[in-house]
Design a protein around this ligand. Structure first.
Ligand code: ADP
Length: 485
């Protein structure tokens, strides 16, 4: 796969700022490796604080121009970007599998998903409506405008290197904002490839910038600037909390999409085959490394054995290997820390009474590769009930009553996604309303869609991405009180 790199037009090892490609002014770089082999295959610039400040100034000049364009012009450019992303689907997917590890078919799927946000927000750009309200006095009118918030920044994670960027940038640019993106250190090349295509789509210089370097330093500069009016972050709750505190300085707006600990409830009246299908989609997408992955399967006792047997059978069909090999469904985890976390959650659960059902014991003996593993008799004292595992460990917890399932499901500081399967319509309404989550899959395991508002409650975050609500996050309301004169 490395031999293919030199022929990849989209492979860039410089940052994209103000329409130019730049190195760090002090020449420093960060290595990027392939999680399947550990081999370093590229270096990205580690920008200085002064360079990040300069990027903010560039984004501010670009914003003045961009906001003045018509919504139709912005929409047209976003659509061109969308078309170019799809036209370069294969190359982007190769870069993504190389740096992130995911199976090539999943990488291609992510490119489609990423492009879908550009299309969605291009379509929404022309519908940034305000409103009028009857005034308080004769002849008076209240007019409400929606205006772009200004320069925005995005700090994004490695698990969806393309989609987590377009979900933010599509909304920001449609609203008339400019954006500076700091991708995860592990997956900068997908982001830089998007920048190449943004440039080719005709986006004015400085509207979409990608900067790389030391995360903490860049985060500090972006949040210390009074010019940057919003930060959109996707990543861990610990870092999100830190960034939110930093944003308090200038009352910078903040959207946070943080960790989860998704419950997946199977009631005794569920269609078990459909439930297993949904469980596989939710648990094993991206080898368990999504923030909406089922972390706890809560299964009603009367169907527990049947469900576990069916899940084990479905898991036996998964194939672990290098993401470039055809037929592989489970790829290496992102790094050794991710491997250790799965091992730790597995060991902790077994020490506290869980039972191993199927799959290889995660012993860390295969680099970043971890076999899917199924355990049951999980209980709330276990670590995996409090932290996201982010790996291919399927953990089942039996329960007796609906009330108990709801209490167990909600017994977490997180509230991003939750799932449940039932064929009783009354139960579906009751449970859907009772779950403390921003997203509930009701007889559905795959919930991502650009038309829907994605986001969490409690410690899982603030704000929504995708849908018209995702665009509103990049606008400010301005109320004009129009007197009779
Ligand atoms: P994960 O555990 O999934 O790697 P992180 O929250 O550490 O999640 O990373 C998500 C994004 O946040 C990445 O782009 C990372 O570089 C960035 N990041 C990590 N620490 C900080 C920080 N202190 N300030 C700003 N950004 C950070």
């Amino acid at each position: 796969s490395l031999s293919r790199l030199s022929s990849l037009r989209l492979f860039r090892q410089q940052c994209h700022v103000g329409g130019t490609w730049v190195d760090a002014e002090d020449g420093s770089t960060i290595e990027v490796d392939n999680p399947a082999s550990g081999e370093v295959f590229g270096r990205i610039p580690s920008l200085t604080a002064a360079q990040v400040e300069a990027a903010i100034d560039t984004a501010q000049s670009a914003f003045i121009d961009w906001r003045a364009r018509t919504a139709q012009q912005r929409a047209d450019m976003l659509l061109r970007w969308h078309d170019l992303v799809l036209a370069n689907r294969e190359d982007i997917a190769i870069l993504m599998t190389l740096e992130q590890g995911k199976p090539l078919a999943e990488a291609q799927g992510e490119v489609d998903y990423a492009a879908s946000f550009l299309r969605w927000f291009a379509e929404e750009a022309r519908r940034v409506y305000g409103e009028t309200i009857p005034g308080a006095k004769p002849g008076q009118q209240i007019v409400v405008l929606r205006q772009p918030v200004g320069v925005t920044s995005a700090i994004t994670p490695w698990n969806f290197p393309a989609a987590m960027i377009t979900r933010k940038a599509g909304a920001a640019l449609a609203a008339g904002c400019s954006m500076i993106v700091k991708p995860a250190e592990a997956t900068p090349y997908t982001a830089l490839a998007l920048a190449v295509l943004a440039e080719e789509a005709g986006l004015p210089p400085g509207v979409f910038n990608v900067i790389t370097g030391e995360a903490k330093l860049i985060g500090q500069v972006l949040t210390a600037s009074p010019v940057v009016r919003k930060l959109s972050f996707t990543g861990s709750t610990a870092v999100g909390r830190q960034l939110m505190a930093q944003c308090a300085e200038h009352i910078q707006k903040v959207s946070l999409e943080l960790g989860g600990n998704a419950p997946f409830i199977v009631f005794e009246d569920a269609d078990l085959d459909r439930a297993v299908e949904g469980a596989m989609a939710s648990k094993f997408r991206n080898t368990g490394q999504t923030c909406v992955c089922a972390n706890r399967f809560l299964v009603q006792r009367s169907v527990h054995e049947a469900f576990v047997d069916k899940l084990a059978a479905a898991m036996a069909k998964l194939r672990l290997g290098n993401g470039f090999e055809p037929g592989v469904t489970q790829a290496p985890l992102i790094n050794q820390a991710a491997v250790r976390k799965v091992q730790q959650h597995y060991r902790d659960a077994l020490d506290k009474g869980a039972r191993h059902v199927s799959g290889a014991v995660p012993d860390g003996g295969q680099g970043n590769f971890v076999e899917p593993v199924l355990i049951t008799e999980v209980n709330p004292s276990m670590q995996l009930c409090h932290e996201e595992t982010f790996g291919p460990l399927a953990a089942v917890m039996p329960f007796d009553t609906e009330q108990q399932a709801i209490e167990l499901a909600n017994a977490t500081p997180y509230g991003l996604a939750a799932y449940f399967y039932s064929r009783d319509v009354h139960r579906c309404w009751r449970v859907a309303e009772a779950l403390e989550a921003g997203i509930v899959g009701v007889n559905e395991g795959a919930i991502s869609n650009p038309a829907a508002p994605f986001g969490g409650v409690k410690a899982s975050g603030l704000g929504r991405e995708g849908s018209r609500h995702g665009l509103e996050e990049y606008t400010e309301l301005k109320y004009l009180c129009m007197g009779a004169g």
